[in-house]
Each structure stands twice: as structure tokens, then as C-alpha cells.
Design a protein around this ligand. Structure first.
Ligand code: KG4
Ligand code: ZN
Length: 347
């Protein structure tokens, strides 16, 4: 079965083709980051308009790159939520329309299920069951995964998502949007001893997270050190202070995530950890988690770097799994800004 995947939940138009026999055969992405950076964040209306412009040419390009003909496609998977409603509606309408015209099924995919299953595109892939750590710009959660659609949320962020905290702190340090990757790069030159940030909610039981206090801690440190972006960041010592703050912030987020992952593995008696979503691209997090899981006699699985952030491959793959298992959605166009993963069912 050849499945076309369509992702338009936020600021990336992404398309992929997943083949039952050959695996992933083509994928394309158009990022809108340049259009949104000047506004310091994603502008929903601009996102929807750009998806409309880019989606059909990108589908044509992906089919061309895969050297297939459109009539070989047997199913379509589209991101139906969570995300920006207008952006989701573009992908959902196109997916449903093409499915109608080509007389094939289309399935609505939960964006975070896409992220969660992305490491299954790699070799070796994890087996079910496993614990998933989903860390993106919109979500931070720990999920017990027994199989496709069988998800129990073990804990989640009560306020900012990890990626959101990275982006807000990056902004305080005068880095562009989204600033997670740039902050991480800056942190590499930072002195880990100079500032110590708290590890929120680790001194009490439970698997929930809270990251908004870390951003405030960073803001206070920036102010105490006399770094007033954008006017007062020049000079070598100020540059070093920025790097030191970035380092303290990254270490605090990474340590917090690791402490909660250890707890989740203990609680579920599982040995495999899957980490996905934009923040899973973070080098320090990947390295430290690898060492932690090795010390526990377990193993950690990640998507390749380009599939950590939003992409079409994860949606095509999740859709293929659901279509193969016999899921067949009705003809409605589904777009849900909010959608609890636990509502998903086993196909
Ligand atoms: O999964 P994603 O592409 O979009 C959402 O579904 O939200 O995640 C984007 C988030 C942004 O907050 C971005 O700053 C963060 O992932 N991110 C990183 C890194 N690369 C991307 N955060 C920390 N370190 C990175 N290397
Ligand atoms: Zn995402």
C-alpha cells in the first residue's frame, strides 16, 4: 500500500510517500520560518495562506521525486490536529478532496501520534511497548505506548512546553525565532558552573512538568547581569554571559526531562524510551539520555534529525499503519485545534 502523508498543522507544509514494500520513498518540506521570524512567532493567517500556495506544487513535486504515478497511491493520511485551525483545514481539505477524486480512503492523524511513531521509521526501530517522551513547541508529555492508538499519558506540562520555554528564553538572549537550536548552539560555549537554574517539579512525586518558571529565572538573570536586549549585548564578557545563561537553562531543562524519564521507566517497568518532537533534536538531551538508558540496561530511540521537527514522513507512516489495520474514516473534513491523545483508538 502506497500512502501519501500531508502535514500542515503549523508553519511547515510537508508531504511524503510511504510504501509498504520500499518504506519512505520521497518527502518534501517547505518551511515558512522566514515569513514568521520578523513577527517573532507564527502568524496563523499568514501560515494558512502560505500552505494554500505551496501544498499542491509540493504534492506534485513529491510524486515526481518518487517516480510514481498518482494512481498508484492507495491511501491519504493528513494531520487533523492539534494545531492552528486554519492551517489544519488546508491540509485536511486537500487530503479529503484528493481522496474523493482518486476514490481512495483518507485518515485523520493526530500530529503527536505522528511524532511518537517517527522513530519507527529508523533501523533498529523500537518494539511495543515503550515509554515516549514527546517534546515539541506545543507539547511536553510522557506517554506509555502499548501499540498504535493505545496511549496512556503519564505526565505533561502544566504550563509552557519545553520547546516554548526554549524559544522564549532564546528571545531574551537576542536569538531569532524559533530559537531552540540557536540557544543550544550558544550553550556549547557556556560555563556550566556559573549559573545554576532550578529543576522544576523534580522534588515531588509525579510525572508532570512546569517550564514557565525557568523562563522567568532566565529573565531575572538576564536583568541582574545587565543584559538588555537588543541594546546591550555587545562585548566579549556579555557574549560569555549570554552563553553561560543558555548553558544553565539547557542543563536545567535536560536534567528535568531525564529525571522524569527515569521515573516513568521505573513506574512502567519498561526499558525502551522513544523521544520525539522538535526538542528531541537537542544534542545534549540525546547524549545524556543515551548514557542514562545504557546505565539502566535499556535503550533510547530517536528519529533522524530532520524528522524530529514537523515533517510529512511521520504522518504518511502513521497513516499507513492505520490504513493497513483497516481504519476507514468517514467523508468529513477533520480539523481539531485541541485533541487529547488518549481519545485515539486502536485501529
Ligand atoms: O515538533 P516541532 O517542529 O513543532 C511543534 O509541533 O511544535 O518543534 C518545534 C520546537 C521549537 O520550539 C524549537 O525551538 C524546538 O522544537 N527545537 C529545539 C531544537 N531544535 C528545535 N529545541 C532545543 N534544541 C534544539 N536543537
Ligand atoms: Zn510537531
Amino acid at each position: 500500500m502506497l500512502t501519501l502523508g500531508i502535514e500542515t498543522s503549523c508553519d511547515e507544509t510537508a508531504i511524503a510517500l510511504y510504501s509498504e514494500k520500499q518504506g519512505l520513498i520521497a518527502h518534501s518540506i517547505h518551511s515558512q520560518i522566514d515569513a514568521h521570524t520578523q513577527h517573532g512567532g507564527v502568524v496563523p493567517e499568514l501560515a494558512s495562506r502560505d500552505h494554500i500556495k505551496k501544498i499542491l506544487p509540493l504534492i506534485q513535486k513529491t510524486i515526481h521525486d518518487a517516480q510514481i504515478s498518482a494512481d498508484e497511491i492507495r491511501g491519504i493520511a493528513y494531520t487533523a490536529g492539534p494545531g492552528l485551525t486554519g492551517a489544519l483545514l488546508v491540509g485536511a481539505s486537500i487530503a479529503r478532496t484528493l481522496a474523493w477524486a482518486w476514490e481512495i480512503p483518507a485518515v485523520a492523524i493526530h500530529h503527536m501520534e505522528g511524532h511518537l511513531l517517527a522513530p519507527l521509521l529508523e533501523t533498529p526501530a523500537p518494539d511495543f511497548p515503550f515509554v515516549g517522551l514527546l517534546v515539541s513547541g506545543g507539547h511536553t508529555m510522557l506517554v506509555e505506548v502499548k501499540g498504535i492508538g493505545d496511549y496512556t499519558i503519564l505526565g505533561e506540562s502544566l504550563d509552557d512546553a519545553a520547546g516554548e520555554a526554549f524559544d522564549k528564553t532564546a528571545r531574551l538572549l537576542g536569538l531569532g525565532y524559533p530559537g531552540g537550536a540557536a540557544l543550544s548552539q550558544l550553550a556549547e560555549q557556556g560555563n556550566p558552573e556559573r549559573f545554576v537554574f532550578p529543576r522544576p517539579m523534580t522534588n515531588r512525586p509525579g510525572l508532570d512538568f512546569s517550564f514557565s518558571g525557568l523562563k522567568t529565572f532566565a529573565a531575572n538573570t538576564v536583568q541582574n547581569e545587565g543584559l538588555h536586549f537588543p541594546s546591550n549585548l555587545s562585548g566579549a564578557s556579555k557574549q560569555q554571559t549570554r552563553a553561560d545563561i543558555a548553558r544553565a537553562f539547557e542543563d536545567a531543562v535536560v536534567d528535568t526531562l531525564i529525571i522524569k524519564c527515569r521515573r516513568a521507566l521505573q513506574q512502567t517497568h519498561l526499558k525502551q524510551l522513544v523521544i520525539a518532537g522538535g526538542v528531541s533534536a537537542n544534542k545534549t538531551l540525546r547524549e545524556k539520555l543515551k548514557r542514562t538508558l545504557e546505565s539502566l540496561g535499556g535503550k533510547v530511540f530517536y528519529p533522524r534529525q530532520e524528522f524530529c521537527t514537523d515533517n510529512g514522513a511521520m504522518i504518511a507512516f502513521a497513516g499507513y499503519q492505520r490504513l493497513r489495520a483497516g481504519q476507514c474514516d468517514d467523508l468529513s473534513i477533520k480539523a481539531r485545534a485541541r485533541w487529547n491523545m488518549e481519545e485515539l483508538t486502536v485501529p
